[in-house]
Design a protein around this ligand. Sequence first.
Ligand SMILES: *Cc1c(COP(=O)(O)O)cnc(C)c1O
Length: 356
Amino acid sequence: MKKVHNFSAGPCILPQEVIEQSAKAILEFDNLGLSLIEISHRSKNFEAVMEEARSLVKEILQLKPNYEVLFLQGGATLGFYTIALNLMREGGKAAYANTGVWASGAIKEAKLVGQTDVIADSSDKNHSYIPKFEVNGDWDYFHFTSNNTIFGTQYQEFPKSNVPLVCDMSSDIFSKDFDANQFSLIYAGAQKNMGPAGTILYIIDKEILGKSGRKLPAYLDLQAHIDKDSMYNTPPVFAIYASMLTLRWIKANGGLKGMEARNRAKKDCFYNELDRNGLFHGHSVPDSRSWMNPTFRLNDDSMAAEFDQMWKSAGISGIAGHRSVGGYRASMYNALPLESVQVLVDVMKEFERVKG
Ligand SMILES: *Cc1c(COP(=O)(O)O)cnc(C)c1O
């Protein structure tokens, strides 16, 4: 099989060794004569997978002992509602920043639960920038989206806040060095930077739970999952296994600092070319650029068919932009090698040479 340069926005590229080991585990797991997906999730073999996945998250993020780690189902989309239900007090309120499609999805779900104040908003310029603001008030928590997967913007610094910080890190978790201990809750769907679709990672400061005064349905009660060591019901075993392998890969490749060095090299390679090349421009303003999902356009859209033909024949896949932004989006998640970015940059250079 000839591998292509995979710039898909999600589900996304995973390390080749993770794909290979996952494939083997489907055929036979732990020399059991059984597949990973046909053994009990209560077997000691799978319990070891779950425990390793949870402890690798704690280790890579250097979490203090007050944090719990869960791998649940429902994706970040169910997370939007779940976190509001668990963290917003009966009669309380929450603050949100609206910086894109996923942020506004989170706001919509929070409104079902209680008073949701949008205190920062970049929709005036089609979410091409991250607003500058501080959070001072009596909200139960402040929610933001660290990386806006669709628009290609990313907070370069986290907002200062006097209320508990809650963050959707679906598309940039484990991509850079950061202090996770400043957050009360982080959640991230696996399929952007960590594993296949089917599981969502929660990182929760236990102190923040149990204050809402609400009666919660069992599956949406984060404390119920903590009490059962992330095994309240049958977990998505395959997605968790592959995520665990990716976490091992992250650790073996230098953890957060290693990922940051890798991703810095890729974003420099790409944005240097974008700024140099006379045929393209970026969607996001330079001081809000995403390291994970650069969005860009041709200055002259009538050249699109020729450019598309060129990147396709270079073995590039997945750079068509999202319909709400148009143009192109070259997602450069952790597992994407620098060589793939170099191939894209070479195509952009060659296109300029031919057309410029
Ligand atoms: C993809 C994405 C989501 C939605 O994730 P699902 O797992 O599909 O529910 C939410 N937030 C961000 C930032 C995303 O990139």
